[in-house]
Design a protein around this ligand. Structure first.
Ligand code: SF4
Ligand code: SF4
Length: 445
């Protein structure tokens, strides 16, 4: 197979030209930020109280649980309260609310690390955790966990994901174009943390300027190869990208490290460079404000925890009748019920769709055309999985590998009958997980 080739996939309209030519600009200082305390699966314990003065980069909450990462204040100002807020996924979470004083005064802990490449693996991984760094592609998986691969795993390659295959989003594109030196610097630190001598930076070939900028930047680092891969959704999914760049197949229920690879987003590499070379924990990120209902699309460098409403407002607000708001891209993003929700570390974009674009299409019966099967990059049978889910046949759905579904949305996009395939499979995955957990608990008794 040529580079960038994997089974299935689709070519949805890219719609990236709305923002791909727009440089990253700093967002206006938010009036307040909502720092969420449950960003990974571990709740965090606050280290500050209402009324406290805090500085930018100061640690606000932490946990001693393995998968947890601390959070830091994106602004200097005063803690206005610690209370429950509604988040983008519709759940309630606790947030530390910080009112900005507009000064962005840095906390004393925010100092660059001298010669980071001389640190040990453990020291680098500990510093990455301490900076609150998680996967910037959207999943927010803790980076220190990804890097702490089991000693038995023979990891030889760091794969930096710059595919950005989701339509509309251009945050990673602009980062690669404007901060290639930080992508490369972050990659070198991540390679040191993994003790590997090979890094591939994979970029879809619809971003030739980013490929050129990174190729130039990495020219003096022979361990880093910049690879243009075919533009095809979901090229940026981990397993597909590993296949298309390295030709390695990640077996079902296995992780990339089982085939010797650790995948990180290019935005994560920049966050790592920010920590080591500028002393900054993860408190801001690039957010693409885009869509037909966005008055002035933009790529904003935003403080994490700013509400979507504040970011959209400074881009001229909404144009026409707003039909739907999505955090992330249209294929895998999260529809949000209101703009009054805070952004998080994984918010790569805010997509504003018109009422016409968001109109629900009528769901028709399955005509057994097989298009969903042909397009599924995981070789699943979405129509049958949907059937099992409708009938609540969870054991059958499990036997048909529902849990291997990466929820890429390709099947639903292809379906001429507009069947809600992904929702049904997601439901099946949830029920299978619940049943497995119950069985495990019964076994433990
Ligand atoms: S959402 Fe799941 S079932 Fe549908 S195409 Fe993607 S991996 Fe296949
Ligand atoms: S694409 Fe839709 S209509 Fe065709 S087989 Fe799949 S579920 Fe049925």
């Amino acid at each position: 197979m040529p580079r960038g080739a994997f089974r299935g996939g689709i070519h949805p309209p890219e719609n990236k030209s709305l923002t791909s030519g727009l440089p990253i600009v700093p967002a206006q200082q938010p009036s307040k930020v909502y720092v969420l305390l449950h960003t990974t699966s571990c709740p965090l314990n606050p280290l500050v109280a209402k009324g406290d003065q805090v500085l930018k980069g100061q640690k606000l909450a932490d946990t001693d649980q393995k998968f947890g990462v601390p959070v830091h204040s994106p602004v200097s100002g005063k803690v206005a309260g610690i209370s429950t807020v509604r988040t983008a996924n519709g759940h309630d979470d606790t947030a530390i609310i910080v009112e900005s004083d507009g000064n962005d005064t840095l906390h004393e802990s925010c100092v660059p690390v001298k010669n980071p490449l001389s640190l040990s693996r453990d020291e680098i991984i500990a510093a990455i955790r301490e900076a609150g760094i998680v996967g910037m592609g959207g999943a927010e998986f803790p980076t220190h966990i990804k890097l702490a691969v089991p000693p038995s795993a023979k990891v030889d390659t760091l794969l930096l994901n710059g595919a950005e295959c989701e339509p509309y989003l251009t945050a990673d594109h602009r980062l690669m174009l404007e901060r290639p030196q930080d992508v490369v610097a972050g990659a070198q630190i991540l390679m040191r943390a993994l003790d590997v001598r090979k890094c591939v930076i994979a970029i879809e070939d619809n971003k030739p300027d980013a490929v050129q900028a990174l190729t130039k930047e990495a020219a003096s680092v022979p361990e880093i190869e910049v690879m243009a891969v075919r533009t095809k959704y979901p090229q940026g999914a981990e397993k597909q990208l590993i296949k298309s760049t390295l030709g390695r197949e990640v077996p079902p229920r296995c992780l990339p490290f089982h085939v010797g690879v650790v995948v990180n987003n290019v935005g994560t590499a920049v966050a790592v460079a920010d920590k080591f070379y500028r002393g900054l924990p993860l408190v801001e990120r690039v957010v693409t404000i885009t869509g037909s209902a966005a008055a002035k699309p933009a790529n904003l460098l935003a403080k994490i925890g700013t509400t979507a409403a504040e970011l959209v407002e400074q881009c001229g607000g909404v144009k026409g009748e707003l039909g739907k708001v999505i955090f992330g891209g249209p294929m895998m993003g999260q529809a949000v019920f209101s703009l009054d929700v805070p952004t998080s570390k994984g918010t790569s974009g805010i997509l504003l769709m018109t009422a016409e674009e968001a109109r629900q299409r009528e769901v028709l019966p399955c005509i057994r055309c097989g298009r969903c099967v042909d397009a599924c990059p995981m070789r699943l049978e979405p129509a049958i999985l949907h059937q099992w889910a409708e009938q609540q046949f969870w054991a059958e759905a499990d036997a048909y590998h529902a849990c291997d579904c990466i929820e890429c949305g390709v099947c639903a996009f292809e379906c001429p009958s507009k069947r809600p395939l992904v929702q049904a499979i997601r439901h099946a995955k949830f029920e299978i997980g619940r049943l497995r957990k119950a069985a495990k608990e019964r076994g433990a008794k």
